[in-house]
Design a protein around this ligand. Structure first.
Ligand code: VTB
Length: 328
């Protein structure tokens, strides 16, 4: 089931990537996002499964599509066939600003699991520490960044100044950035996109060894799904900016800001499927390339149970009457 779903899910992230990549550099972040959402919704409805959005564009009254609780998939047929229920977490376009300004690192992302396998997270902040498989189990978010950097370096058989940490470029990270600099590690400050950076930690050759700092909680759950499949690790703590957020988090069972969530707690499913497609070129994935009559996309898909990671390079032909020449 997961293997089939993994390939179907790539078609969903590919469709969203092609649709949103048309918006590259146009300065319309909402348009880019809407294009990704609509393409994702359409592509999911072509798949025979009974999906339910658990992490999406927001609450029903705030998002016209891919809102939390929305059903996706070809349901009528599914009901007849008794198809398994699948929980879906989407980030239709991670890096709307990146696409709007034509910068690197935007991706379309989707994670799926059997019912209940992905934590319901409020749309608040999460403090994250993400590392790849070699370092998994050797860090602790409760310890200082300096200590963790030392352990990351040791696990990778390097010196701290050979480690690159990705941090979102935000004033809230001033102290973190200062400490990482003091410890001697290299930093890649990003304007957006800590999910893509976290996946990169688990893929050797991307030049990214850790992600530290505070970003979106829903994206943190999707990060956990990806890292669970790839053997990496995320440790996380909810971070609330107001009593309203804290109350909302508490209602979902996340009232304790000291609690450290593990990868397995955020994404506990046994049948996790993850897929991502590059929109603009980045460390992990190439962006969408358009040419006369078609486009080429670059994706990653992985499943927890089958222990497979596929990089998929797809040529999409838009018109069968005048198809592009497929190039190696
Ligand atoms: C964004 C985005 C990240 O967190 O920064 C967001 O770029 C929250 O941070 O990829 P701000 O409110 O400071 O923008 C992410 O969405 C994901 O964690």
């Amino acid at each position: 089931m997961e293997q089939m779903l993994a390939l179907e899910m790539v078609r969903v992230t590919e469709a969203a990537a092609i649709a949103s990549a048309r918006f590259m550099g146009r300065g319309e972040k909402d348009g880019a996002d809407r294009a990704a959402v609509e393409a994702m919704r359409r592509a999911m409805d072509e798949i025979e499964f009974a999906g339910r959005i658990v992490i999406g564009e927001g609450e029903r009254d705030k998002a016209p599509m891919l809102y939390i609780g929305e059903k996706v998939g070809r349901r009528e047929e599914d009901e007849r066939r008794d198809a398994p229920e699948v929980d879906i977490a989407v980030d239709p376009l991670e890096g709307t600003n990146l696409v709007a300004s034509g910068q690197a690192g935007a991706i379309t992302v989707l994670a799926a699991s059997e019912k209940g396998g992905l934590v319901n997270a409020p749309d608040t902040y999460l403090e994250k520490l993400c590392v790849g498989p070699v370092v998994a189990g050797k860090v602790d978010i409760r310890d200082s960044p300096t200590d963790n950097l030392r352990r990351i370096a040791e696990a990778l058989g390097r010196r701290v100044n050979d480690i690159t940490v990705v941090i979102l470029d935000r004033p809230r990270h001033d102290a973190l950035i200062a400490e990482v600099r003091e410890a001697g590690a290299r930093i890649k400050l990003i304007s957006d996109g800590d999910l893509s950076a976290a996946i990169s930690c688990a893929v050797s050759g991307t030049g990214v060894h850790a992600v530290m700092g505070i970003g979106g909680a829903p994206e943190g759950v999707i990060t956990a799904a990806a890292l669970r499949c790839l053997g990496g690790e995320i440790q996380a703590r909810f971070r609330y900016r107001s009593d309203e957020e804290r109350a909302r988090g508490a209602r979902m069972g996340h009232g304790d800001e000291d609690r450290v969530y593990s990868t397995e707690e955020l994404a506990s499913g046994e049948n996790i499927v993850f897929a991502a497609t590059g929109v603009t070129a980045g460390d992990l994935l190439q962006g969408v390339r358009f040419f006369g009559g078609g486009a080429r996309t670059h994706s990653l898909t992985t499943t927890y149970r089958t222990k497979q990671v596929r990089f998929i390079d797809t040529v999409h032909m838009f018109d069968r009457d005048s198809p592009p020449r497929v190039r190696l």
